[in-house]
Write a new protein. Structure first.
Length: 115
């Protein structure tokens, strides 16, 4: 079993920055991807950023150039650096990792951007 603990959310003014962290523990092996999702009220959960086990990254168009996903293998932690935050970035952010067979989810952390 894998446990994910997210942190770093909060309230920030538009234009500001936050860094989210997702620390993984447990049986961490055969992990093919590390992802960040977000879900705003009344909207579907969307994939924001992804990193493969080989380090390849991809981003939603809405966050390209502003968000950066990174990983510290020694700490089993994935990060999401969010810069130039906009009101529309307000959402609950979730980390997820797994492979083709299984996906593990964090509990989510709230990010609120004030305009």
């Amino acid at each position: 079993q894998v446990q994910l603990v997210e942190s770093g959310g909060g309230l920030v003014q538009a234009g500001g920055s936050l860094r989210l962290s997702c620390a993984a523990s447990g049986s961490i092996f055969n992990i093919n991807f590390w992802n960040w999702y977000r879900q705003a009220p009344g909207k579907r959960r969307e994939l924001v950023a992804t990193m493969t086990s080989g380090g390849r990254t991809n981003y939603a168009d809405s966050v390209k150039g502003r968000f950066t996903i990174s990983r510290d293998n020694a700490k089993n932690t994935v990060y999401l650096q969010m810069n130039s935050l906009k009101f529309e970035d307000t959402a609950v952010y979730y980390c997820a990792l797994g492979n083709l067979a299984t996906t593990y989810w964090g509990q989510g952390t709230q990010v609120t951007v004030s305009s």
